[in-house]
Design a protein around this ligand. Structure first.
Ligand code: NAP
Length: 483
């Protein structure tokens, strides 16, 4: 299968924070890969901007190093030299007035203008204000903003209001890189391009849904940053909420940015408040010479969760009575992200076999090994009666799509190309982000008001015992965390 690479229009992309970790690890390597794929016109320009004093040549050297490391390319690859020709650099402290004139002189008439805010959110306002104040951005420019988009409803509203002073909503691209993942988009294809699943996609046939994002790493290195956030802010309010929306939403009338985002918003608004007994927070403990969360966070009194599991209910016709169980954590048994839809058992069994599990399950794996797996019941082969066995219809995208499947664009690559194309479907709208915070805030506030300590869990485990009980109480079980 050969994927069609449709080149984007000629563009000038400015990366604020071009000397930072995200630019080095994701943005520059991603742009390079799209260039190699033939998607980026050779006339396009990519301008780095940050406070560090550098000229174009020094920035190209720095970018080359990052691309070699993170896009796994050799230093002498001729395509790297071609790509570096596109790069330039303008030193700017975005809090000051210097450098903006030079930046403006680099922008060409007729090209798409995009500005990537790969800096701390506290600088978003400075950049937005100066881009418009210096006449660099206009009504056709696009801005890309990174997470975290606020830390509660009030700060998200303030951020939206600041950006809205200078840009229309149609110009603002709020990144949630989960939405750029191939499988996440496939979720929509599976649901809305097949007749097979949609009739069963409701509380009448779905027993429950599990969404798991498990990591093996701890918070070491960015512990003090993470400690101000925790799993709910870092994962649930954004990434997991987006996954939940794509599973639960009604079919949009068209695959169009506002049609899709309208439907996601309706899901968020239909979320019921989470009851205190339906949520479990955990912190990983020390093990051997491995520090525990409290040491990693450098805060011996921290109550911030490195793990959370919760039962979420959606109050609408489609999902009334079907719980969604969400869990995410650090230092767990394996690194995996998946969505599992467990269907109800057949209403009546004509077979005597009582041992085998009976419920069909559709598992959508986001990482590792993106793919889908549908568990169906068949007869166990061989003579000797009618015994049933559950087998997986397993589709790994890498296997199914051959070379194309194993070389899928990284989420950032796809999303940046969508910005240039002017397609906002896979970006969060301002009202969506605010609605997500409006649901999350009371959960966080209730915890802050309570005196409870997080449940301890062992590194390499599946999380705290309490989280297992959350499921057992409902006569259900978490899926095993494995890669
Ligand atoms: P970082 O490594 O700390 O980089 C920050 C960048 O901002 C640097 O290039 C820094 O360059 C620049 N900067 C700081 N103050 C500035 C100023 N006054 N004027 C101009 N430039 C300034 O941060 P990061 O990890 O790349 O993250 C960037 C953003 O992406 C943050 O909002 C973060 O939350 C978000 N994000 C990051 C990741 C990730 O994997 N890293 C993932 C998701 C979201 P100078 O020091 O040279 O000025």
């Amino acid at each position: 299968m050969v994927s069609r690479v449709i080149p984007v229009d000629d563009f000038d992309l400015v990366i604020f924070g071009a000397t930072g970790d995200l630019a080095h690890r994701k943005i520059l390597p991603g742009l390079f890969r799209r260039f190699v794929a033939g998607q980026i016109p050779e006339t396009s320009r990519i301008v780095g901007a940050a406070r560090t004093q550098m000229d174009d040549g020094q920035f190209r050297d720095e970018a080359a190093k990052a691309i070699c490391e993170f896009a796994k390319v050799k230093k002498n690859d001729p395509r790297l030299a071609q790509f570096l020709e596109l790069l330039g650099y303008t030193p700017i402290d975005v809090k000051g007035e210097g450098g903006w004139k030079e930046l403006k002189s680099r922008m060409r008439d007729g090209a798409v203008h995009a500005f990537y805010f790969s800096v701390a959110p506290s600088l978003f306002g400075d950049i937005a204000e100066r881009l418009s104040g210096h006449g660099i951005a206009d009504d056709n420019s696009r801005i890309v903003v990174e997470k975290p988009f606020g830390r509660d409803l009030a700060s998200a509203k303030a951020l939206n209001a600041t950006l809205a002073q200078h840009f229309h909503e149609s110009q603002i691209y709020r990144i949630d890189h989960y939405l750029g993942k191939e499988t996440v988009q496939n979720l929509m294809a599976v649901r809305f391009a097949n007749v097979l699943f949609e009739p069963l996609w409701n509380a009448q046939y779905v027993d429950h849904v599990q969404i798991t994002v498990a990591e093996t790493v701890g918070v070491g290195g960015r512990g003090s940053y993470y400690d101000k956030s925790g799993a709910i802010r870092d994962m649930v309010q954004n990434h997991m909420m987006q996954l939940l929306c794509l599973i639960a939403m009604e079919p949009p009338y068209h695959f169009d940015p506002d049609a899709v985002r309208d439907e996601k918003l309706k899901v968020i608004r239909a979320l019921e408040p989470v009851l205190p007994e339906d949520i479990v927070r955990g912190q990983y403990q020390a093990s051997g010479d491995q520090p525990g969360y409290l040491e990693d966070a450098e805060n011996p009194d921290s109550r911030t969760e490195s793990y959370v599991a919760m039962k979420v209910r959606i109050s609408n016709w489609r999902w009334q009575g079907t719980p969604f169980y969400l869990r995410t954590g650090k230092k767990l048994r394996a690194r995996t992200s998946e969505i599992a839809i467990t269907f109800k058992e057949p209403p009546h069994s004509i077979f005597d076999d009582t041992g085998a599990p009976k419920a069909n399950e559709l598992v959508i794996r986001l990482q590792p090994n993106e793919g889908m797996n549908l568990k169906v019941m068949i007869k166990e082969p061989g003579p000797g009666g009618m015994r049933l066995v559950q087998v997986p219809l397993d589709m790994s995208f890498a296997d199914a799509l051959g070379a194309e499947g194993s070389d899928m664009p990284d989420a950032y690559e796809r999303l940046i190309m969508d910005v240039i194309r002017g397609n906002q479907t896979l970006f969060m709208r301002g009202d969506e982000v605010e609605a997500a915070w409006a649901w999350t805030d009371p959960i966080i506030e209730a915890w802050e008001d309570s005196k409870r300590a997080p449940e301890p869990y062992d590194p390499g485990s599946s999380g705290p015992e309490e989280a297992l009980r959350l499921m057992h109480r409902d006569n259900r079980r978490w899926r095993e965390i494995r890669s």
